[in-house]
Design a protein around this ligand. Structure first.
Ligand SMILES: Nc1ncnc2c1ncn2[C@@H]1O[C@H](COP(=O)(O)OP(=O)(O)OP(=O)(O)O)[C@@H](O)[C@H]1O
Ligand SMILES: [Mg+2]
Ligand SMILES: [Zn+2]
Ligand SMILES: [Zn+2]
Length: 631
């Protein structure tokens, strides 16, 4: 890195972020770069698009802006972007409040937080640059200084659209401090910041009795009211409510439908007329996005209430259901675990996948399609094709479901359960069985779960467990037959040496002790029995093998374990039977024979080196598969 260059860039950026000038200079800037005067919805839309888009396998757009943090729920994100798109064109939707509705822990707050953080960063870039009247409490658009009579001409000549009136404070200031000379009014570049209460705000419901409307729209300034004498003097007023400070950017309205009605009326005027009604003043223009969230239950109550009809009309509803794809759910857990204090604990392979299967099963709606079990649906949604169902069926399944993803187990629940399993004393590692156990135990503590639901959930845990059993078996087999060719080759040579000696009625020489020994009848039989060769038939079989070897040899070819189909089958079966034994010895108390012990250790070290296991979960996996095979 070129430190000097980087420092220069840094200084340059800080300089441009700290720009201050007069209104006439600002007007120059606007004529050259009209985007600095864009309205809040347009700014946010441009921010979303600037991060880039991709197209999903199903041909839908995916917005990079969200894609590092939000997984598996493209639909609501598309709807949100569409809302900003139309609002950016100053269509009627701009005058509506965006309301995200969905189940607990489904990512609503995360989406809003991303928008807020994104806007903070975007305002620091050139494309998102934003300027304000320096001393305005609502950091308003300096173009408001241009008198109404002149605006049509400005628009005609420069193509600059101006919307909104000066706030009472600025109006007072122009009159008293600047003698009407607006070109002299100081303007500065601002960066939006929630911490500094510039352009980004949050309003959360609290105790309805004590919550005051001034939190939203500002109120009388008790420290100056004595000096200025009148409540209608703007100097006696603080324009510091959340709606005031969010001007130019956005305000998050947490759990909007939980607040007292009087707050909702303020919102109604804001959305209808782009105005905030404050104290003794005429309406104050505000340009801001209001994003809110709520759960389904409250939303239904709200919709059922006649009194709220006017506001209902002013709301754009976006449903934010749970993610329904296993692999995306795994990413959610990885993200959440990465943020938690549990980073040092080892998570065995498949653990998150199995936990997420349980969660997703709980969110799916049964399909009417014949033969479509929930587990099959889960796999299809996750991109896996089966013999009878393919990806082309996904659309139909989605259309058939009515409120899929609006209920079930939340990612937060799963992570809380995993955490409680992880913090158990001395736990160095957690595997899929631990995870399922933790999830099951959690159901008992969860008082809001009904009996029927509990039964259903237990069945899902059982299904997830079955999936795991298959995975575990495959995993061990994979690790065991890693050097399958080699093991098969060794076993074959061993067999052939013995067969040769048997047929020629000679002894076999032990390669290590160099002793001459009788052919190992037990070894030969253990292989032959795999393909059902009875005692009486063994001689014929062995001779047949020898004949094959010599006929191949005459043609200059070597006999390998694939040269003879039945022998090949016998060797493979024998190897798998050995696997069973190897796996079994790890569960039995008997002292294993050294050969088996060696093999089992090899499997364990392969699981560790190639498949992401630690010594703890590798041993447990073998033990577990052993118990499966013993059944
Ligand atoms: N689809 C998703 N992609 C990424 N993370 C998610 C997703 N759904 C939930 N999460 C994560 O789960 C946690 C809970 O989500 P969040 O707090 O945003 O939910 P919420 O909908 O606001 O819930 P509540 O109704 O309880 O306020 C967050 O850490 C969030 O990042
Ligand atoms: Mg929330
Ligand atoms: Zn102002
Ligand atoms: Zn482990």
């Amino acid at each position: 890195m070129d430190i000097v260059k980087r420092l220069e860039e840094y200084r340059e950026r800080e300089r441009s972020l700290g720009w201050e000038g007069t209104f006439s200079q600002y007007f120059e800037i606007v004529t050259q770069r009209p985007s600095v005067a864009q309205l809040s919805h347009e700014r946010i839309y441009n921010m979303l698009v600037a991060a880039g888009t991709e197209t999903t396998k199903l041909g839908e757009p995916r917005y990079n802006f969200f894609s590092d943090e939000i997984f598996g729920i493209e639909r609501p994100l598309q709807q949100i972007v569409e809302y900003f798109h139309s609002a950016a064109q100053r269509l009627e939707v701009r005058k509506r409040i965006l309301l995200l509705m969905g189940p607990v822990g489904g990512g609503k707050s995360t989406i809003v937080a991303l928008l807020k953080r994104g806007l903070e960063e975007y305002s620091r870039t050139e494309a998102g640059a934003i300027y304000a009247i320096r001393d305005c409490p609502m950091h308003e658009e300096p173009l408001h200084l241009i008198p109404a009579e002149m605006r049509a001409d400005v628009e005609k000549e420069y193509g600059i659209y101006i919307e909104g009136e000066l706030c009472p404070k600025c109006r007072w200031m122009i009159e008293h401090d600047f003698n009407g000379e607006i070109e002299r009014v100081p303007v500065k570049r601002i960066t939006l910041s929630e911490k500094q209460r510039t352009g980004i705000g949050t309003f959360a419901p609290s105790d309805p009795k004590s919550q005051d409307i001034s939190e939203l729209v500002g109120g009388i300034d008790l420290s100056t009211i004595g000096d200025v004498g009148s409540e209608s003097d703007p100097r006696a007023y603080r324009f510091d409510g959340e709606l005031n400070i969010s001007n130019r950017g956005m305000m998050e309205f947490v759990e909007m439908l939980k607040v007292d009605e009087k707050f909702l009326y303020v919102l109604l005027t804001l959305s209808q007329e782009q105005n905030i009604k404050t104290g003794r003043f005429s309406m104050i223009y505000a340009d801001e996005v209001v994003v809110s969230h709520t759960n389904e239950h409250e939303y239904q109550a709200f919709v059922g209430n006649k009194k709220s009809e006017a506001l209902q009309d002013r709301i754009i509803l976006v449903k934010v259901p749970y993610n329904l794809r296993v692999s995306d759910e795994v990413r959610i857990y990885e993200k959440l675990l990465g943020q938690s204090a549990l980073k040092s604990v080892h998570i065995a392979p498949h653990t998150l996948r199995i936990a997420s299967m349980f969660a997703i099963l709980s969110r799916l709606e049964p399909s009417k399609k014949s033969g479509m079990s929930l587990m099959k649906k889960l796999k299809l949604y996750d991109g896996e094709d089966m013999e009878e169902f393919k990806q082309k069926d996904v659309k139909e399944l989605q259309d058939e479901a009515t409120r899929e993803g609006m209920e079930g187990i939340s990612p937060r629940y799963v992570i809380n359960r995993l955490s409680s399993a992880l913090v158990r004393e001395g736990v160095a590692c957690i595997n899929p069985i631990d995870a399922l156990r933790a999830l099951r135990d959690g159901l008992d503590q969860h008082t809001s779960i009904s009996r029927d639901e509990r039964e259903r959930y237990l069945a899902f845990i059982a299904q997830a467990r079955q999936e795991y059993d298959d995975m575990a078996r495959n995993e061990v087999q994979r690790a065991f037959v890693y050097s399958f060719e080699e093991s098969a080759h060794t076993l074959l040579n061993n067999y052939l040496d013995n067969v040769e000696a048997y047929c020629n009625k000679v002894k076999v020489r032990d390669p290590i002790t160099e002793e001459d020994m009788d052919p190992d009848e037990q070894l030969m039989r253990s292989i032959e029995e795999q393909i059902g060769i009875v005692e009486n038939a063994k001689k014929t079989f062995r001779e047949e093998i020898l004949i094959r070897i010599s006929s191949l040899a005459r043609r200059g070819q070597q006999f390998s374990y694939t040269s003879h189909d039945r022998l090949k089958e016998a060797i493979e079966k024998k190897l798998f039977a050995d696997l069973r034994d190897v796996v079994k010895i790890t569960t039995s108390a008997r002292t294993p024979d050294p050969e088996q012990l060696k093999k089992s250790n090899e499997v364990i070290s392969r699981l560790i080196s190639d498949h992401g296991y630690c010594p703890v979960c590798a041993n447990e996996l073998l033990k577990y598969v052993g118990s499966l095979l013993n059944r």
